[in-house]
Each structure stands twice: as structure tokens, then as C-alpha cells.
Design a protein around this ligand. Structure first.
Ligand code: ADP
Ligand code: ZN
Ligand code: ZN
Length: 799
């Protein structure tokens, strides 16, 4: 038998299947989806077995040298998904497969065999290994020919053994010594009357009724380690190792919740979802529901139905939304059936969660982007909450979008996929309008509470009337009022696009490109303004082109500056600042938020990270300091992001009894992305923005590919990017637009110069082929490490 293998060499030349002979002893044991070690040139390297066939076209083939897995780490579906993903994202097959397995498996680790069943049920010749310890090293058993791979495989399948990878984690304590009471009849005999302290400890343990950490017992009882050891020796106490969780979300306390009676709107949207589930029919739904409309309850009840049918569920939420509150809602309904995957987990913890999924110990996974690869085999539903979030796109190779992967898997498992959002991405909403997705609207909040009133303050007027501060008079007044009433406020500062666009402080004019209608970016090096879409460049103006004022400058101010200013104008206010600087330490994010929740501050001041999930009854005022800062990022999605963010921020106020108010400060209050937040009118925003996209020829009217070329030598970058641009222009259809090459917005990163070309197309049959040719053509130069050509299909980042 022949195994077709993807080898662990990430390069164009090796991005194909290689044939290896399966040695007879391993015939039947080696399966697709397992990792093996194979000879490759002078070396031995790892590889994934993709397929097993009877014959090879080659005469001389080398045998597989070793087997790494006992059961496949990639299912048949994931093997197909990897192939598809590498095609879609133009990345190596190897990278696609590596994406789907936990990082722990990618490092060099030792394997151990763990006894799960009863010792006496094992074949006799294996029993000796497990007599003293339930774990033995793989090499002790297999390499010494004490058991064959096949035999271990069968025992794993029968649930008697498990093969685990030892994940070493430096400096991390995994277990702690625990103590529990042992029931003995002759307690009086064992503890002499004069041993008062021993009696006290035993009485204490009887009272708490559960095991306790040795360290904590010593502290609480003011006793010693030797006293405890004495009691253990006497057989009154038992000492054991207990795993301690470092995962901040693992220990989340939760109360069991029951399904709520759905509102008639919820009932209406869940019906087609449940039907799709019951009919085993793949369909993608766009659940468009305002904040507080009860989308989560719809998710929960749909998942419940899937579980009752014996199927599994994947729920994706943005990383910053993976808070204890969020986890509680899922654990509260499904308890220990839920695994949580997030970036706070260590490598070993991620591996443990992955194993639970593989061993079918859990049926629901809640996690960030990469949880979409959970190795379930019988998926009943896939949910992507806040589907408009750009973090669902991976910004490094393979540059996949979780939404596309979800739909691939939904199609494979013939199950519903739900995309949920209060402000769907334009792409998704347009697809829903064309019936590619089915639109499910939730138009009202469950508790009938109105969306908060939004007031937009024209900061140009403020300046004209002599207020040079970053706070408008009305915002200051309202802040004071909340403090008087003992209510809380949130101040939101958007720091993206910091100081890159140029604006007139008198009239709000922003320098834009005359060809692209996109704001120009200031380049410090040449003191000039540049368009990153078409390459147009002009001098940095000294006066405003529109009103002649010389108050024209870069825009942006940091949270720290705002905090200082607050201390000056509202010295009595207690402020909690949340930004990258104050939340660097693990757990500080949660700590600051809960302090605010306990009412320890009047004002919460922060960046993007406070836009989500904040749900405190006393928040009645939300202020946005500079709504425009994102609007002028040179990105065709900047209006969409502004509207989404303003809506999301507004949703933080007045969620409970007290009515909420939102103040948005802006230098361009007439811009539709700000104007339409007042009426919370997504539909009107969608229509306006679609018209813009149509004129500018941007998605969803076209698809985009961004090719970024970088090299330490500027002349090299220019030569290569010109070659690529002209090759693209020659090979692609006339109806396709090739823009560039131009310098990237970040023209130099880590001493590498960067240029980019952009392709806009509707239907381009030769696209993949042409891009692959470019990759292959430059692959040698790229392997030598100097040149980088990266291709981003449907990009979200234009840096
Ligand atoms: P969304 O996810 O759309 O922002 P949530 O799911 O958070 O909305 O719902 C908002 C609040 O309404 C939550 O406190 C939730 O428990 C409650 N809720 C949702 N559905 C119902 C229902 N059918 N009956 C009563 N309360 C509900
Ligand atoms: Zn331009
Ligand atoms: Zn002006």
C-alpha cells in the first residue's frame, strides 16, 4: 500500500503529495489524517497522510519511517476542508492542515500511553507496564516491540488505552496537592487524646465535607505540613494530586438556566432554523437583530434542538466578547457539554479542549475564530455571532475567513449556519437581499426598551464658540449631572487611524484623493499626502482647501491625554481608563470592568475594547469623543466600521430601568454613517453605503485581491511589483481592473519596503491560476528569504 503524504516543508516545490510505501506491519493501521515521519532527501521529516492507494506511478519509493499518531488527527472532512482552504487562500496545503490541529501537536513532544480501563482487561503481556503507574512512555512499549501499533490502536478504540502527547509547560503549575478525609472505624485509636491539633484538623475537614488544597489547609488551620503527613501515614487522610485551572474561564460559576418562552418575533425566526435542522438541510441564515433583541436565546434554543438530535454545535464569538458573562450563558444552558476555546488558554489547555472534542466528551464549542476547525464529526449547527467583526478574518497565512469555513462545513454536514449581528457586514446583508442567505429580522428589544436617544454634537461649532477642549459643553454638563445622580458614564475614544489623516478644525474638511474619494494619508517622511488606492500624491497643505483656514492638522489624541484633560475639567470624577496600556496584565481587563460594575468609578474611559459586552444598569450616558477618527482611514469600509461601532457603543447605554443618552462628537456630523446612528437606521445606512460602493467599485459589487510585495531593497520591490502588475494586466480579462503598483500605507515595516497591487474583479476564471503562477515564479527568491509576495483574497486590512 502507498500513502500519499504532504510533507512538512512549506515551499512551492513541495506543495504536493509525495508517495511513500507503507511497511507491512503498519498496513491497515496507517490511515488518512494521521501524521507520519518520512525520509526526505537526507533528512527525516513529518508529514500528513492524505490518501492511501494501491499503486504508485513511481518505481522507487521509500518506506514510511515512523508513525506519530494512533488515531487520525484530521477527519476525512477536515482533509477535504484543508484542500479547499489552501485553494481559496492560495496557501500551502501544509499550512492549511497545520491550522486545524492544536499547536501542542506541532512541537516535538513525547507520547505516553494512558490506561483508561481496568488493568486486568489488558492483554497479559501489557499489564506489567501499568502496574505501578497508569502512564507509560510510548517508546517503552512500542519501540521495544512489546506491542504493535495495531494492538495499541485496537485497545484505544475499545476505550482501554488513550495515547496522549506530553505538553511541557514551563513555569506553569498544573496540579496541586490536595487532602481528603478517609472513612475509618478506629479513629479514636489512631488519634491519641492529647493530639488536639490533629483532632481539630479532622473536625474541620468533616465540616467542609470536600477535599482541600494542602497549602490552604495549613494556612486556614495554622498547622504544619508534618502534622498532615502524619495523618496521611495513619491512613486518616489521603493525599492526591488535583489539576488546578489556570484558565480564567474554566472556573466560571454558572446557574442552570431553562429555555425562555420565545417572543413572537423570536418564534418567527427560529422556525426556519429548526426546520433546516430537522430536514438535514444546509442553509445560511442572517439573523439581523438590534442589541438586546434576544439573539442569544435563539442560538441557545437552536443548539438545544441540535443536541437533542444527537448532533454538535460550534459557536464563534469575537475574542473580546469571550467574557465570563458570555460563557455563563452557554454553560448555564448546556453545562459540561460545553468546551471553551480562547487565546487565554495555554498550549496544553488548548490541547485538552481539543481532545475533549475528539473524544466526544463535549458537544458544544464556544470559541474565537479558530474554533471553527473543531474536529466534530456530526455538526448540527454553526453560529457566528457579531458576524461583521473583522477579527473573523485571519491576517496571516492562511488568510481564511471563518464565515467561509463555516459555510463549507455547514454544507458538508448539511446543517444550518447562523450569522448574527445588529449591524451585518455589507457583504452579508447584500447576500441576504439576493436570497443567497435567508434574512431573519428581530426588530425590537425583548424588554421593549427603546434604543437610547443619540445626539450628535458639531465640534466645529464648539470651536467657533470658543471651546477648544476635547469635550463639548453638553457632554461636560451631562457628565456632571450623572455624577450628581450617582449614575455612570462611558467615554469612548477610537484610536485607530490615529494621526494619519489630515483635517481642518474649522470646517471639518478632510483631504481626499481626487480619483478615489478616499482620504489621503499623511506621510511623515516626505511631508506629503498620498492615496493608497491609486498612488496619487500631493503636498501637505498649509491652509484648508475648502475654507482657507490654517487650522489644518493631523488628527487623533490618546486615552492618556483624555484622562489628563478630564482631571483638569472634572477633578472630582473617579475615572477608570481601559486601553492597551492598562490591560496588558492577564486578568486586568476583567478586574477593571468589575470595579466599574461595583460602582467604584463615575466614568469608564476606553478604546475599542469597551465597545462590547458592557452591561451595567447604572450606565446612562455614553460619549464618543471623536467619531470621525475611523471615518478617514484609507479603507473603503471606513464608513461601515464607523456606523457599526457607533451603533455598538450606543447599545451600552440604558439597557435596563434607567433611560440612556448618547453624545457623539464629530467634525463631520452630516456624514451618513454618523447621521444615521441617530435613528438607528441600518437599512438606510445599507442603501447609502451600497450606492457609494457601486460608484467606487468596491465589494460587494466586486471582489478584491491585494498583492503585497516586500523586500529590504526599494529598487527590488519596485521592479518585482511592476513585473507582477503588468503580468496581471496581461493575463486577466479586460473587465478586471488591476491597480498599482503603489507604496503600501505602511511603506516600510521592519526595514522592508512594501508595495501593493490591487485586483478588482467580478468573474475572473483565470484568477487562481494566474496568482499561483506569480507565487511559483518568485518562489525561489522567496525561499532565500529576501523577497515576500503575499496574496490576500478578499482583504480586510489594507496596510
Ligand atoms: P442580543 O444577543 O440580541 O443582544 P440578548 O440575547 O442578550 O440579546 O437578550 C437581551 C436580554 O433579553 C437578555 O437578558 C435575555 O436573557 C433576555 N431575553 C431574551 N429572550 C427572552 C425571552 N424570550 N423572554 C424573556 N427574556 C428574554
Ligand atoms: Zn486615489
Ligand atoms: Zn476648512
Amino acid at each position: 500500500m502507498i500513502a500519499k503524504v504532504i510533507v512538512d516543508v512549506p515551499a512551492s516545490q513541495t506543495d504536493r503529495l509525495f508517495d511513500y510505501k507503507i511497511p507491512e506491519v503498519w498496513e491497515g493501521s496507517i490511515q488518512p489524517g494521521m501524521r507520519v515521519v518520512v525520509p526526505f532527501g537526507p533528512r527525516k521529516i513529518q508529514g500528513f497522510v492524505i490518501e492511501i492507494v494501491r499503486e504508485s506511478d513511481l518505481d522507487k519509493i521509500k518506506p514510511i519511517a515512523d508513525v506519530l499518531d494512533v488515531v487520525p488527527v484530521l477527519t476525512e472532512e477536515l482533509l477535504q476542508l484543508g484542500e479547499w482552504l489552501s485553494n481559496q487562500t492560495l496557501s500551502y496545503k501544509l499550512s492549511a492542515y497545520q491550522l486545524m490541529i492544536p499547536a501542542a501537536l506541532r512541537t516535538k513532544v513525547k507520547k505516553e500511553i494512558v490506561l483508561c480501563g481496568e488493568l486486568h482487561q489488558l492483554p497479559f503481556h501489557l499489564q506489567t507496564y501499568f502496574k505501578s503507574d497508569k502512564k507509560v512512555l510510548w517508546t517503552d512499549v512500542i519501540t521495544n516491540d512489546k506491542a504493535s501499533l495495531k494492538e495499541v490502536q485496537q485497545l484505544v478504540e475499545a476505550g482501554q488505552l488513550e495515547v496522549r502527547y506530553q505538553v511541557e509547560e514551563k513555569g506553569k503549575k498544573k496540579t496541586e496537592r490536595y487532602i481528603k478525609l478517609v472513612e475509618v472505624d478506629n479513629l479514636e485509636e489512631l488519634i491519641p487524646t492529647r493530639a488536639a491539633k490533629q483532632k481539630e484538623v479532622i473536625a474541620f475537614l468533616k465540616e467542609v465535607k470536600q477535599p482541600i488544597a494542602v497549602q490552604s489547609l495549613i494556612k486556614q488551620m495554622e498547622t504544619t505540613r508534618s502534622l498532615i503527613t502524619t495523618l496521611v501515614k495513619k491512613g486518616v487522610l489521603e493525599e492526591f494530586e488535583k489539576e488546578v485551572y489556570r484558565d480564567p474561564l474554566a472556573g466560571v460559576q454558572y446557574d442552570q438556566t431553562k429555555a425562555l418562552t420565545l417572543t413572537s418575533e423570536q418564534q418567527k425566526v427560529i422556525t426556519p432554523i429548526l426546520r433546516s435542522l430537522e430536514d438535514h438541510n444546509h442553509e445560511t441564515f442572517l439573523l439581523h437583530g438590534v442589541t438586546g433583541s434576544g439573539k442569544t436565546e435563539v442560538y441557545l434554543q437552536s443548539i438545544d434542538q441540535a443536541l437533542q438530535m444527537g448532533r454538535e454545535a460550534i459557536v464563534l464569538v469575537p475574542e473580546i466578547s469571550l467574557t465570563p458573562q458570555m460563557v455563563q450563558r452557554f454553560k448555564g444552558r448546556f453545562g459540561s457539554k460545553v468546551a471553551v476555546l480562547h487565546s487565554g488558554l495555554s498550549m496544553g489547555e488548548k490541547y485538552d479542549e481539543w481532545r475533549k472534542i475528539l473524544r466526544k466528551e463535549v458537544q458544544v464549542v464556544v470559541g474565537a475564530r479558530s474554533a471553527i476547525f473543531a474536529p466534530f464529526t456530526n455538526i448540527g449547527i454553526i453560529i457566528i455571532d457579531e458576524e461583521h467583526e473583522t477579527s473573523y478574518k485571519q491576517e496571516e497565512n492562511p488568510r481564511y475567513h471563518a464565515r467561509d469555513v463555516a459555510i463549507f462545513r455547514g454544507d458538508y454536514h448539511r446543517c444550518p449556519v447562523i450569522l448574527g449581528s445588529a449591524t451585518p457586514s455589507l457583504e452579508s446583508y447584500a447576500r441576504a437581499k439576493k436570497d443567497v442567505y435567508r434574512l431573519l429580522p428581530l426588530t425590537t428589544r425583548v424588554n421593549q426598551r427603546a434604543m437610547p436617544a443619540v445626539e450628535v454634537v458639531d465640534m466645529r461649532e464648539e470651536l467657533r464658540s470658543g471651546n477648544r477642549s476635547m469635550f463639548s459643553l453638553i457632554l461636560l454638563e451631562l457628565l456632571r449631572e450623572r455624577m450628581k445622580k450617582g449614575e455612570q458614564s462611558v467615554l469612548f475614544l477610537n484610536r485607530r487611524g490615529y494621526s494619519t489623516f489630515v483635517m481642518c478644525r474649522d470646517c471639518g474638511y478632510v483631504a481626499t484623493c481626487e480619483h478615489c474619494d478616499i482620504s489621503l494619508t499623511y506621510h511623515r517622511t516626505h511631508h506629503s499626502l498620498k492615496c493608497h488606492y491609486c498612488g496619487h500624491e500631493e503636498k501637505m497643505p498649509n491652509t484648508c482647501e475648502s475654507c482657507g483656514s490654517d487650522h489644518i492638522r493631523f488628527f487623533g489624541s490618546g486615552t492618556q491625554k483624555v484622562e489628563e484633560e478630564l482631571a483638569r475639567v472634572l477633578p472630582e470624577a473617579k475615572v477608570i481608563r481601559m486601553d492597551i496600556d492598562t490591560t496588558r496584565k492577564k486578568g486586568s481587563h476583567e478586574r477593571l470592568l468589575s470595579a466599574f460594575g461595583r460602582g467604584e468609578a463615575d466614568i469608564l474611559l476606553g478604546t475599542q475594547m469597551i465597545a462590547k459586552g458592557l452591561d451595567y444598569p447604572k450606565i446612562t450616558l455614553v460619549g464618543v469623543l471623536a467619531a470621525d477618527s475611523m471615518l478617514h482611514i484609507p479603507d473603503f469600509r471606513s464608513a461601515e466600521r464607523t456606523f457599526q461601532l457607533m451603533e455598538q457603543v450606543s447599545g451600552r447605554a440604558g439597557r435596563h430601568e434607567l433611560e440612556g443618552k448618547v453624545i457623539i462628537q464629530s467634525y463631520t456630523p452630516e456624514h451618513y454613517s454618523i447621521e444615521l446612528v441617530k435613528s438607528h437606521d441600518y437599512e438606510a445606512f445599507f442603501q447609502t453605503e451600497m450606492a457609494q460602493r457601486k460608484t467606487g467599485l468596491y465589494p460587494p459589487y466586486v471582489f478584491i485581491v491585494l498583492v503585497t510585495i516586500s523586500h529590504p531593497e526599494l529598487t527590488n520591490v519596485i521592479t518585482v511589483s511592476e513585473k507582477i502588475a503588468s503580468f496581471l494586466k496581461r493575463e486577466l480579462q479586460e473587465s478586471t481592473t488591476v491597480l498599482g503598483p503603489v507604496a503600501s500605507p505602511l511603506a516600510r515595516i521592519k526595514d522592508r519596503y512594501r508595495y501593493q497591487c490591487m485586483v478588482k474583479y467580478r468573474n475572473e476564471p483565470r484568477l487562481h491560476e494566474t496568482l499561483r503562477e506569480i507565487q511559483q515564479h518568485f518562489s525561489r527568491e522567496m525561499n532565500q528569504g529576501q523577497l515576500q509576495v503575499s496574496i490576500d483574497m478578499q482583504p480586510y486590512l489594507f496596510t
